[in-house]
Design a protein around this ligand. Structure first.
Ligand code: MRU
Length: 356
């Protein structure tokens, strides 16, 4: 069936390699890269060629499956040892998004009862493909739930890119905008540019414009003025890890938007799949926050904008405390406020498409 409008995809399994959309170069260059071995996959994740929590998980899963096809042993135990070693290697590519560890561990578990090396090799590929297929369905469900919170004509602020290219398809925070477009509901997106590496300016605007969704770009320091002057009705963001008490790590700048939403009395929504919820992490204090290369701050698009030798602090994420989050929107429905009991209850709900 022909798609009514374009929703870009960022990761594809091609048997001998993985194809990814190079998100480092967008929107100036649309380039697809072939990742041919596990080192390519590690590098693509670490350097943000592929980024966004679910897309990182999907790519890492394919990376582990790809690596495993080349192990030459006949011994299942030796094969599993190689898988565990490569799992740890890929897990070292980025520390904050829990989807990375979730996807890798799901692959490792999938071969627990394999009878042969050949069977295990096939199982790893199938499990990685399943993760990607499920994620598309999950994102659509998140979008349906999120859309129930919005009305025709709403003006909604977002940060970073929690869109189609950060997931299998549709995105999390951006999913309701694609579904609104399908249903003829008009929502206007305000995209915060997201310094230092500009996922909002480069990626969110690019993918929404391709789908013909109204989007207006602002710089990060324009958020308060925009909420006031443009009558923003809600803020919606994605997540890299949600702790058991609802504290949420997402792209740096998210915490500031949550404080602004509270000050202006507008809802602040987090949209994320269950694979981003980490009940083993008790609070936001326990979430590891990635600090990245100072050059991301001292340079824009490869050009130095700060003096040589300046001290730089470059945290890639911040943690929004749960009391600032109006609701968390998942594929199983919307939870509000009492996250400590509601989050575990989501997991107890059985198969993923059951609505709460
Ligand atoms: O550093 P990035 O670009 O990987 O950060 C991405 C984000 O913070 C996203 O909001 C989050 O991963 C959710 S993507 C659906």
């Amino acid at each position: 069936m022909a798609e009514p409008f374009a929703i870009p995809r960022s990761v594809e399994w091609n048997d001998t390699h993985i194809t990814i959309l190079n998100q480092q170069k967008l929107p100036l260059v649309t380039e697809y890269l072939q990742l041919k071995d596990i080192k390519d996959v590690w590098e693509a994740i670490a350097t943000l060629k592929v980024r966004g929590a679910p897309a990182i998980g999907i790519t890492a899963a394919y990376g582990l499956a790809l690596a495993a096809q080349r192990y030459e042993t006949e011994s299942l135990e030796t094969f599993k040892e190689h898988v565990r070693k490569d799992r740890d290697y890929l897990a070292s590519s980025r520390p904050t998004a829990v989807n990375l560890f979730w996807a890798l561990d799901r692959l490792v578990s999938s071969i627990a009862h394999a009878f042969s090396v050949n069977e295990a090799k096939t199982t790893l590929i199938h499990e990685a493909i399943r993760i990607q297929i499920e994620d598309e369905d999950i994102c659509r469900r998140i979008g349906e739930h999120a859309l129930s919170l919005f009305q025709n004509g709403d003006r909604i602020l977002t940060i970073c890119n929690a869109g189609s290219i950060a997931t299998a398809r549709y995105g999390t925070a951006l999913a309701p905008f694609y579904l609104a477009k399908e249903k003829g509901i008009h929502l206007h997106v305000y995209a915060s540019e997201t310094r230092p590496v500009l996922q909002g300016a480069r990626l969110t605007t690019w993918e929404l414009m391709q789908a013909g969704i109204d989007v207006t770009l602002i710089t990060d320091n324009m958020a308060a003025q925009t909420i006031k002057a443009k009558n923003i009705t809600a803020v919606i963001v994605g997540a890299d890890r949600i702790a058991a008490n609802g504290d949420t790590a997402n792209k740096i700048g998210t915490f500031g938007l949550a404080l602004l939403a509270k000050a202006f009395g507008i809802p602040f929504y987090v949209a994320a799949p269950l694979s981003t919820i980490d009940l083993a992490t008790k609070t936001g204090e326990d979430i590891p926050i990635e600090e990245r290369n100072p050059e991301e701050v001292t340079h824009i698009g490869g050009t130095r904008i700060a003096p040589e030798g300046v001290n730089v602090y470059n945290p890639a994420f911040d943690v929004t405390p749960h009391h600032l989050i109006t609701a968390i929107i998942t594929e199983k429905g919307i939870i509000r406020g009492n996250y400590e009991t509601e989050l575990p209850a989501l997991f107890a709900k059985g198969e993923h498409h059951e609505a709460i």
